[in-house]
Design a protein around this ligand. Structure first.
Ligand code: ACO
Ligand code: KIV
Length: 383
């Protein structure tokens, strides 16, 4: 039986850009969008067109130039925002207006200072206006993670009737636990009478380090779009990381009944491009795209990987765009990796005693020096 498609919605250029210090100009956004298009990302949220003249130009430039992915602009549930988004997206092959309004009691009372009934009215009016400008409209219940379920059922049913075809349920402040969030998605899909007319989407923040876990738990309960960012960039502690979501789905086809169209070989180059443009370094131990994600320094692991990579690797480095996995020699390394590394440098040992002697000298050096370079090894062997 063929699996459902999971829509990958990348918001590096919108929510990712909301990381303090990560602003991008229009050429930088286009360069990243081109890389996302190569990766076959389904939807690229290029910005928030009304935010500034520069962001309007950026959304427009991306919409005019990217032809294989849907291009999206965010807008509040405000006429002007929606009209400006529609204008910026005019040149898109496939454009989407994404409009949102907060639905939690806290946000409605203190931030919007609106009664719940007025929020519903505003949402419906906004979706209708967006549909007049664009076929493809997404609606988000901001702070859904702290919203009342009955209220969300009511507003979502009405915005689907008004023409929204993607319903996004963001855990805006990263407050939810995986089981709880997945249950919300399941309940919405089961209880809303017209839920079959829309794709349910998730958008999770990482304030408690649960953005990817929450997104994946929701996919198990019927979500069919995940909003995510390269390197997990995003407001505060960031969004669900695109590379982690995708590789979880790809690595565990036995667990997930969805598949993605992504060309995973572009993941690492895209991560490096985003890091270079934003100036946000990727931590070495970051899953998939960190420098150490496919590196081994411990002797027992190196020995296992030399015999069969699957002993310590659940994915292939090459499948996500690394040239290869890496063996790093250090104080935890063993004889097998040492010998194999030196063989790669053209050095063979005549007998076991020679190997043993060189290995003892290497361990002494490794106790003193953090990074062992090939030059260190060559001078050690010479001595
Ligand atoms: C969870 C998220 O990531 S939401 C997206 C967050 N991203 C951004 O805010 C980046 C872009 N934002 C901006 O450039 C600006 O905030 C703008 C252009 C949207 C608005 O700027 P301003 O008009 O100066 O308003 P300001 O930002 O000070 O306040 C927001 C106003 O929008 C209202 N508002 C907030 N969200 C919504 C919404 N979804 N729908 C309607 N109104 C909303 C607020 O209640 C507030 O209204 P008030 O001015 O009557 O008090
Ligand atoms: C506007 C929505 C999609 C959002 O970014 C959030 O709630 O975090």
């Amino acid at each position: 039986m063929s699996k459902d498609k999971l829509v990958i919605f990348d918001t590096t250029l919108r929510d990712g850009e909301q990381s303090p210090g990560a602003s991008m100009d229009k050429e930088e956004k286009l360069e990243i969008a081109q890389q996302l298009e190569k990766m076959k990302v389904d939807v690229i949220e290029a910005g928030f067109a009304v935010a500034s003249p520069g962001d309007f130009e950026a959304v427009k430039l991306v919409a005019d130039n990217i032809k294989d992915s849907t291009i999206c602009s965010l807008s509040r549930a405000v006429d002007k925002d929606i009209e400006v988004a529609g204008e910026a997206l005019k040149g898109a092959n496939s454009g989407r207006i994404h409009t949102f309004i907060a639905t939690s009691p806290l946000h409605m009372k203190h931030k919007l200072q609106m009664e719940p009934e007025a929020v519903i009215e505003q949402a419906v009016k906004s979706v209708r206006l967006a549909r007049n400008l664009c076929e493809d409209v997404e609606f988000s219940c901001e702070d859904a993670g702290r919203s009342d379920l009955d209220f969300m059922c009511e507003i979502v049913e009405k915005v689907i009737d008004a023409g929204a075809r993607t319903i996004n349920i963001p855990d805006t402040v990263g407050y939810n636990m995986p089981e709880q969030y997945a249950n919300t998605i399941q309940q919405l899909i089961e209880r809303i009478p017209n839920s079959d007319k829309a794709i349910f989407s998730v958008h999770c923040h990482n304030d408690l380090g649960l953005a990817v876990a929450n997104s994946l738990a929701a996919v198990q309960k019927g979500a069919r779009q995940v909003e995510c960012t390269i390197n997990g960039l995003g407001e505060r502690a960031g969004n669900a990381s695109l590379e982690e979501v995708i590789m979880a789905i790809k690595t565990r086809p036995d667990f997930f009944d969805v598949d993605v169209d992504i060309d995973t070989r572009h993941i690492v180059p895209t991560s490096q491009l985003v890091s270079k443009i934003t100036g946000f370094a990727v931590q070495p131990n970051k899953a998939i795209v960190g420098d150490n994600a496919f590196a081994h320094e411990s002797g027992i692991h190196q020995d296992g990987v030399l015999k069969n990579r699957e002993t310590y690797e659940i994915m292939r480095a090459e499948d996500v765009g690394w040239a290869n996995n890496r063996m790093v020699l250090g104080k935890h390394s063993g004889r097998n990796a040492f010998k194999s590394h030196l063989a790669g440098l053209g050095i063979q040992f005549d007998n076991n005693d020679e190997l043993k002697e060189a290995f003892v000298a290497f361990k002494k050096l490794a106790d003193q020096k953090h990074d062992i370079l090939d030059e260190d090894l060559l001078s050690l062997i010479k001595r």
